[in-house]
Design a protein around this ligand. Structure first.
Ligand code: BTN
Length: 262
């Protein structure tokens, strides 16, 4: 089945995006779906032309200009708290594959799930959950920089960011990007349901630009240096720190390269 709804086009999914809400303005598409969890079904999605309080990881803001970026969130039911460490990586894999298929650009992943193009950030992902009764609802939020110019990104103090427009000198159809991301995400979540994280770990690791690098691990009150060695079964980043192996969990710390953003 294929179809177009406002905010999404080229959808070939069974469930994801089949119930879709496009909002002209909203505080945050993630918060919108979290508020409506339980009322909307698994796979419901939301996009917005403008988010007035877009949220990033680790309590940061996510800044955007009207109609210059994709702001997409999807509501998922049935993931256990233990799977929530793996899910961000799977979403990153789906987004990078979807964007690569559509644009032909080579897209890497900075652990845990930033999509990277030429060492700059193209897309950020924020996974959040809400428990209602005995059901865990997960909201996956995806922000892709699509149409911004270098001046617009600098104006938002996003010097480390890039956009599809900057890379290709072309304005992309934001709805088509959203549709393709959901197509890929459903494909990846199907593999995950059938064969588990291990079936996708190699594909993730091959794209992960963090692995093999010396990194700065930044948490609330300190910064440590380490070397990124691999991806753990729970989605954590295995690092060597002070001669010892340690697993860093997404949500607890951010990891930066020693030189530049990645
Ligand atoms: C990050 O890199 O810090 C994560 C950014 C996630 C941004 C997206 S945009 C759609 C959704 N709604 C939000 O408020 N945040 C996510």
């Amino acid at each position: 089945m294929s179809g177009a709804v406002k905010g999404l086009s080229g959808l070939k999914t069974r469930e994801l995006g089949r119930c879709h809400i496009h909002l002209e303005t909203v505080d945050s598409t993630n918060d919108y779906l979290k508020r409506r969890a339980g009322e909307l079904c698994h796979g419901a999605s939301a996009t917005a032309s403008l988010q007035t309080a877009g949220k990033g990881r680790l309590g940061r803001q996510w800044l955007e200009l009207p109609d210059k970026a994709l702001a997409l969130s999807v509501l998922l039911a049935g993931y256990t708290p233990a799977q929530l460490g793996q899910l961000p990586l799977l979403v990153g894999l789906a987004v990078s594959q979807g964007l690569e298929g559509l644009t032909g650009l080579q897209i890497g992943l900075k652990w845990s799930n930033d999509c990277i193009l030429a060492e700059k950030k193209l897309c950020g992902i924020l996974c959040e959950s809400r428990i209602l009764g005995n059901q865990v609802w997960t909201v996956v939020g995806i922000g892709v920089n699509t149409q911004q110019t270098a001046e617009q990104l600098c104006g938002l103090n996003l010097e480390y960011a890039t956009s599809l427009f900057l890379a290709t000198q072309k304005y992309w159809d934001i709805a088509q990007i959203g549709g393709e991301i959901l197509n890929k995400l459903e494909e990846i979540l199907d593999i995950y349901a059938l064969s588990g994280f291990s079936a996708l770990k190699t594909a993730y690791s091959e794209r992960c630009v963090t692995l093999g690098k010396k990194v700065r691990i930044v948490d609330a009150d300190r910064e440590t240096l380490g070397e990124a060695l691999g991806i753990a079964e729970d989605g954590g980043l295995i690092c060597r720190v002070d001669g010892q192996e340690k697993i860093i969990r997404s949500g607890e710390a951010s990891v930066r390269g020693l030189y530049g953003y990645t």
